[in-house]
Structure formats: structure tokens, C-alpha cells
Design a protein around this ligand. Structure first.
Ligand SMILES: Cc1cc2nc3c(=O)[nH]c(=O)nc-3n(C[C@H](O)[C@H](O)[C@H](O)COP(=O)(O)OP(=O)(O)OC[C@H]3O[C@@H](n4cnc5c(N)ncnc54)[C@H](O)[C@@H]3O)c2cc1C
Ligand SMILES: *[C@@H]1O[C@H](CO)[C@@H](O)[C@H](O)[C@H]1NC(C)=O
Ligand SMILES: *[C@@H]1O[C@H](CO)[C@@H](O)[C@H](O)[C@H]1NC(C)=O
Ligand SMILES: *[C@@H]1O[C@H](CO)[C@@H](O)[C@H](O)[C@H]1NC(C)=O
Ligand SMILES: *[C@@H]1O[C@H](CO)[C@@H](O)[C@H](O)[C@H]1NC(C)=O
Ligand SMILES: *[C@@H]1O[C@H](CO)[C@@H](O)[C@H](O)[C@H]1NC(C)=O
Ligand SMILES: *[C@@H]1O[C@H](CO)[C@@H](O)[C@H](O)[C@H]1NC(C)=O
Ligand SMILES: *[C@@H]1O[C@H](CO)[C@@H](O)[C@H](O)[C@H]1NC(C)=O
Length: 605
């Protein structure tokens, strides 16, 4: 028997500010213990990829989504809705071992000690909620480069992964709103972009924030001063080079987070018969022989089955998709045998090839104000709150700012060991090697601290995901493999040197107060920088490639170029885990595109 519940509520009780009130459809089907139900497609995971493909398939078929969490707006409040709070109040992103436990929103994953990074155990936040990690992320919307998609096309031997062929799928999800220059109120922060590449008919709001952090306008100028020139087409036209003001998945009319839930799920609940099983965990994929026939679900301790007439689609994210495949009998045979899991398909690549691009930061106190110094000061905060509530503007309305991409300068490149230079030379000449993000935060005494970090664009290190038991509720074993390839360490050390060149520019010196805070002036030699990197390198939450796409004859590939799992029938994986390489840019744009592309392939048959 199925208990049906459907309600329409205004989220005013969960969200304090008037600006955030928006009528949302909150609808969830709860499974009883008898029978279950049958759909054309059952989607595992109501995250970024899952809700997107679910919404598109529900236009033409019966679809159920099973999601472990609920509605983040209700369960995590305005921390997950107000853009600035993605930097200041989403406490679960703390990577330390003493992270705050928020089981209502986060999977609370921790890694094995990272042997090349001082044996640090990392807490790796991942959204456990409708919207998945799009409900926790910093909302930057940055596609990868045409060169990276070309490498992807070559790896899978499928030209449909070239950027010009992907463009219609990128555009389909997006509803672009041009920047509101009046609200941004910063003469130096007019975004350059190519409106023809974005799209305007999709459910996903993409725009530029209605406010620019004053400190970041200076740091952006400092990056330009050392040669990171403004990219005239911005970050969605296939060229990641130079600097640009970052577009974000924010609803510009209300300045609220746009996630896969607020966009694709809301669209589907209004327009299709999509069914959502929230607070429900898929424990296993069920097979008839080698053909997926449904899933075993647990809701509040009650287990039942949902059957799929056509396909099961796994969109559980980079850590949980390989885990679910393995506990269901798809993965490296030795691992499955050891745990007594019957092998449905021996795929040695499941959980292998994990790529996690990491970053390293530098900081100085600065004499400029920033979003956080305004909102943490009791004298200026009320006006910021008024601006947010009445105008959907001001410091609360904004998260990301400025990002630059660059290939190493020839001078820095020449300082790298020969073996690292050779690895970098194998990348195409238009692949950026580092990206640089400018940020600013408030110290307890009200001073601004400027922070700039360097992030690897093509990580050479590989990690892995495995399982400790056949029980989906036991955490997967995650080894991020940080710095296991010395080329990554070399590139990050070069990154710190480049950041110091930016801080040394006249523009930056004009706003800095005192000596470098981090790493600090005592950290100079390559050996000292190496120790700093090992102790401080950090994730930017872009892990990928644990169910890599590949050619039929690639033994380590998990899915083909239409996301079908090798060795079985009626099963696909559609999320960031299938991207077969470390790509520059930020993941979510690619995940939304990929789900659109695979939905389109399924519909065309
Ligand atoms: C702190 C943070 C900041 C980030 N910043 C950015 C950014 O600014 N820009 C950007 O582009 N990207 C950013 N990212 C990355 C981006 O958000 C993710 O790469 C992307 O959302 C991943 O999409 P996905 O579909 O692969 O997985 P997810 O969106 O994580 O979806 C997986 C879903 O599956 C569910 N699930 C898992 N297992 C089960 C199960 N067994 N049963 C039922 N449900 C299950 C999960 O609860 C989740 O909802 C950030 C991520 C984080 C965490
Ligand atoms: C977020 O919610 C808290 C608690 O209700 C409230 O004090 C705060 O003003 C809200 N923030 C915004 C920006 O609305
Ligand atoms: C990390 O742990 C391993 C195994 O316990 C140990 O051999 C090694 O010395 C440790 N490294 C550091 C930097 O502590
Ligand atoms: C439902 O679909 C129509 C037509 O595409 C669209 O205009 C509307 O915005 C959709 N509803 C929601 C809530 O997205
Ligand atoms: C699970 O059980 C709790 C306690 O009985 C109840 O409050 C909650 O609504 C149930 N959740 C679901 C998804 O049915
Ligand atoms: C604010 O705090 C920082 C860090 O402790 C300190 O370096 C700085 O001098 C302080 N500034 C003022 C104005 O007190
Ligand atoms: C699976 O693991 C969870 C959490 O560790 C535990 O509560 C549950 O009893 C386990 N289930 C089985 C079938 O062992
Ligand atoms: C730095 O400040 C000085 C003195 O105010 C000013 O003349 C100069 O133009 C500034 N330089 C830059 C690059 O902003």
C-alpha cells in the first residue's frame, strides 16, 4: 500500500526573510511495506544530475526519484538559501575531523588518512537532500574548456562530447538573466560574457550576483595587474583563460540559491507526474539475471521494492554511485568476493580513477571593507538585511566573485622538475593549469582578510572509493589520493609563488596591511612550501571520475558514452562520477548538461 502525501506550503516558517518566501511545492510519496510500485524509470538520488534527468524523463514517461534527504530549506533553513551564507553559515563544509554533525543535510563522509598530506583525515561534505550537492555548493556556474571536452570526446571516441555539440545541452537547462549593473554597484566589476552561449528557456536560473564584494574588486585588479587579463567571453564559451566575474546559480529576483530542487524538481512537480520518495535510501539495485529490474528501498526502517519497466538510473554522486554499484554486485570481483557479494558484472574500474582537484591558499589583512565585515558589524548589518529583504541585493545576495585561469608562466614552469614539465606538456596547449579565486572574510575584530587560492586544473593524483561491507549504510572507504602524484605538489608550489606575485603588485600592496598572514614570511624555500602544501592543501569539493565513461574495450571504463553500465542491461549512471578525466571549470554546469544530454539520448531511443 502506498501512502500519498502532497502539500503546497509557503516556506515562510522555515525562512526568516521576506525575500526568501516563495511558494514551493513540497511533495513526497512515502512507501509502505506492501508491494511497492512500478515506474518506467527509477532514479537513485535526487541530487543535481538525478533531479535533472528525472524531470526531463518525466515529460514523456512515469518516473520515481528516491532521495535519502528531504527539503533543505526546511531542514537547514536560510543557511542553505541566502547566498552569502554559503560562505559563512553552511557549517557542514568544515573539512576537519571535528566537523559539525548535520545528518539532515550531509552524509558525514570521512576519508582514510591522506598519507601524502600529513595523514590528515578529511571530512568531505556531500549534500544529502533534494538538490544534492547543488544545495550546499557555492553556486558558481562555470563550464569547462573546449579543450577538456575534446579530450573527453577522444577518451570515449564519441564526437558528441565536443564543446560545439554539447552546447545545445548546456543551453537547454539555463535561464540567463543579464547582470543588474545598478545593483552590482561596482564600476570595476562589469561582467564580460557571450549571451549567445547561455540559453534562456530552461528552469535553471543563472545570473551575476546583485552585489560585488569591495575587497574582491581590488584583488581582481591585482590579478589583472600581473597579466590575468579579462576574458572577453566569460566562463561559458569554451575558453578558460584570463579572469572573469563569475556567473552563479542564484534566482536574481529574490537572490536565493537556485539548486536542482528549486529549478528542475519544481518544474517537474508542476508539470509532470514525477514521484519523489524522500528520506528514503536505496539499499541495492535488483536484477533479473544481468538486467536491472528495480531497487530495494528503505524508508524509516521499512523496506520495499520499486520496479523499473525501462531502466534504473543511478545519480548518487561521486562517492555513493560506485558504492551502490558495488553493494549490488557490480565492481572489482576481488572486492565483491571478499565481502560475499554475488558478482553480477566484474568491472574493475568501479570506484577507481577518483580525481579530486585541490587548492592552496594565501592571505593578507586588507584595508578595504568586504561583505562579511559589513554583515558582521552591528552598525552596518541592519541596512544590509534591509537591502537583501527589500531589494534582493547587498552583501547577503552574493557568494562568488572573481576567478582567473592561467597556464603557468614560462618562468615558473622552468622551476618545475623535468618530469612534471613533461606531464604538463602532454596537456593541450589551451588547457589552463591553475585557477585563482579571490575571496575576503571578516576577522573577529572587524578587519577584512583578503584570501586568494590557487587550484589545480588537471589533477594527476588518483584516489579510490571502495566498500567495507554489503550494507549501504556503512560509509564507503574513501582515499582521495591527495598529492600521490608529485606533479600536483609541484604545481601547487608554483601556485603559491604566483599568488605571491599577485600580492606583490602595486594594486595589492595598496590595500594590504602588514606582513603576509598565510603561509607567512617564514615559509620561503621549496621545502618549506612543500610542508605548507602537505599541511594545508584542501578540497574544493569537485571530486569526479569514480564510474568513468570509456570505450567498449577499455577494461577500466564503467559506463559507455550514453552512460549505460557495461556488462549489464537497463542500468545507467548519470552524475559527476562518470566524467572520465579531471576537467577544469566547476562541476555543476557539466552535471546539468550531462543529465540533459543523456535524457535526450534516452528519449530519442
Ligand atoms: C561545499 C561545496 C561547494 C561546491 N561549489 C561548487 C560551485 O561553486 N560550483 C560548482 O559547479 N560546483 C560546486 N560544487 C560541486 C557540485 O555541487 C557537485 O559536483 C555536483 O552538485 C554533483 O552532482 P551529482 O549529481 O554528481 O551529485 P549530488 O548532487 O551530490 O547528488 C547525489 C544525490 O544522491 C543522493 N543519494 C546518494 N546515495 C543515495 C542512496 N543510496 N539512496 C538515495 N539517495 C542517495 C544524495 O543524497 C544526493 O542528493 C561544490 C560542492 C560542495 C559540496
Ligand atoms: C536567517 O535566519 C536567522 C534566524 O531566523 C535570522 O536571524 C536572520 O536574519 C536570517 N538571515 C537573513 C539574511 O534573512
Ligand atoms: C602517516 O602514517 C603512516 C602509517 O601509519 C606512517 O608510516 C607515516 O610516518 C605517517 N606520516 C606522517 C607525516 O605522519
Ligand atoms: C511548467 O511548464 C511550463 C511550460 O514549460 C512553464 O512555463 C512553467 O514555468 C513550469 N512550471 C514550473 C513551476 O516550472
Ligand atoms: C519517519 O518516522 C518519524 C517518527 O515516527 C516520523 O516523524 C517521520 O515523518 C517519518 N518519516 C517519513 C519519511 O515517513
Ligand atoms: C585584528 O585582528 C588581527 C588578527 O588577530 C590583527 O592582526 C590585527 O592587528 C587586528 N586589527 C585591529 C585594528 O585591531
Ligand atoms: C547496516 O548498517 C546500519 C548502520 O551501521 C545498521 O544500523 C544496520 O543494522 C545494518 N543493516 C544490516 C542489515 O546489517
Ligand atoms: C596606489 O596608491 C597610490 C597612492 O594613493 C596611488 O597613487 C596609486 O595610483 C595606486 N596604485 C594602484 C595600482 O592602484
Amino acid at each position: 500500500m502506498m501512502i500519498m502525501r502532497g502539500t503546497i506550503i509557503a516556506l515562510s516558517s522555515a525562512l526568516a526573510s521576506a525575500a526568501q518566501i516563495r511558494t514551493r511545492v513540497i511533495k513526497a510519496e512515502q512507501g509502505g511495506n506492501i508491494g511497492g510500485a512500478t515506474f518506467d524509470y527509477v532514479i537513485v538520488g535526487g541530487g543535481t544530475g538525478g533531479l535533472t534527468i528525472a524531470a526531463r524523463l518525466a515529460e514523456v514517461a512515469s518516473v520515481a526519484v528516491v532521495e535519502a534527504g528531504g527539503y533543505y530549506e526546511i531542514e537547514y533553513g536560510n543557511a542553505s538559501v541566502v547566498p552569502l551564507y554559503s560562505l559563512t553559515k553552511i557549517d557542514v563544509i568544515d573539512p576537519s575531523e571535528n566537523f559539525p554533525h548535520r545528518p539532515e543535510i550531509d552524509w558525514e563522509l570521512t576519508t582514510v588518512p591522506q598519507v601524502n598530506a600529513n595523514n590528515r583525515t578529511i571530512h568531505y561534505a556531500q549534500g544529502k537532500t533534494l538538490g544534492g550537492s547543488s544545495a550546499l555548493n557555492t553556486m558558481s556556474y562555470v563550464r569547462s574548456s573546449a579543450a577538456a571536452y575534446e579530450r573527453w570526446a577522444n577518451i570515449v571516441d564519441d564526437d558528441s562530447y565536443k564543446f560545439d555539440k554539447l552546447l545545445p545541452h548546456f543551453k537547454k537547462s539555463v535561464r540567463l538573466t543579464p547582470p543588474n549593473l545598478q545593483k552590482r554597484n561596482a564600476l570595476n566589476a562589469t561582467p564580460e560574457y557571450d549571451s549567445s552561449v547561455y540559453g534562456n528557456g530552461g528552469p535553471l536560473d543563472v545570473s551575476w550576483n546583485n552585489w560585488v564584494d569591495p575587497s574582491i574588486t581590488w584583488l581582481a585588479k591585482a590579478m589583472q595587474a600581473v597579466g590575468m587579463n579579462i576574458n572577453p567571453k566569460g566562463w561559458s564559451a569554451g575558453n578558460l583563460n584570463g579572469g572573469s566575474w563569475v556567473p552563479s546559480t542564484i534566482d536574481p529576483a529574490r537572490a536565493t540559491r537556485e539548486s536542482a530542487e528549486t529549478s528542475f524538481l519544481q518544474y517537474a512537480l508542476a508539470n509532470t507526474s514525477l514521484k519523489v520518495y524522500s528520506h528514503s535510501i536505496v539499499a541495492k539495485i535488483l536484477f533479473d539475471g544481468d538486467s536491472a529490474r528495480g531497487v530495494k528501498v528503505a524508508t524509516n526502517g521499512t523496506t520495499y521494492e520499486l520496479s523499473a519497466r525501462k531502466e534504473v538510473i543511478v545519480s548518487a554522486g561521486t562517492f555513493h554511485s560506485p558504492q551502490l554499484l558495488m553493494v549490488s554486485g557490480i565492481g572489482p570481483k576481488a572486492t565483491l568476493d571478499q565481502l560475499g557479494i554475488p558478482v553480477i558484472a566484474d568491472l574493475p574500474g568501479v570506484g577507481q580513477n577518483l580525481r579530486d582537484p585541490i587548492s592552496i591558499g594565501t592571505s593578507h589583512l586588507v584595508n578595504t571593507i568586504s561583505s562579511q565585515t559589513i554583515t558582521s558589524n552591528p552598525i552596518t548589518e541592519p541596512e544590509a538585511l534591509r537591502q537583501y529583504e527589500e531589494e534582493a541585493a547587498g552583501p547577503y545576495s552574493s557568494a562568488a566573485g572573481w576567478i582567473a585561469y592561467e597556464r603557468l608562466t614560462s618562468k615558473l614552469r622552468s622551476t618545475l622538475p623535468q618530469s612534471t614539465q613533461e606531464k604538463l606538456a602532454a596537456l593541450s596547449p589551451d588547457s589552463p593549469e591553475l585557477s585563482f579565486i579571490a575571496g575576503a572574510f571578516a576577522l573577529p575584530n572587524g578587519t577584512s582578510q583578503g584570501a586568494m587560492s590557487a587550484i589545480i586544473c588537471n589533477t594527476f593524483s588518483k584516489g579510490s572509493v571502495s566498500i567495507r561491507s554489503a550494507n549501504i549504510s556503512d560509509q564507503p572507504i574513501i582515499d582521495l589520493g591527495w598529492l600521490s602524484n608529485p606533479a600536483d605538489t609541484d604545481v601547487l608550489i608554483a601556485g603559491i609563488k604566483r599568488l605571491r606575485q599577485i600580492w606583490a603588485s602595486e594594486t595589492a600592496r595598496n590595500i594590504t596591511l602588514g606582513a603576509e598572514v598565510r603561509p607567512g614570511e617564514g615559509v620561503c624555500t621549496d621545502a618549506e612550501l612543500l610542508e605548507y602544501v602537505k599541511a594545508n592543501a584542501q578540497q574544493i569539493w569537485h571530486p569526479s571520475s569514480t564510474c568513468s565513461m570509456g570505450k567498449n574495450d577499455d577494461k577500466n571504463a564503467v559506463v559507455d558514452s550514453e552512460a549505460r553500465v557495461f556488462g549489464v542491461k537497463k542500468l545507467r549512471v548519470v552524475d559527476f562520477s562518470i566524467v572520465p578525466l579531471s576537467i577544469p571549470g566547476h562541476p555543476q554546469a557539466t552535471v546539468y548538461m550531462l543529465a540533459e544530454k543523456i535524457a535526450d539520448a534516452i528519449k530519442r531511443g
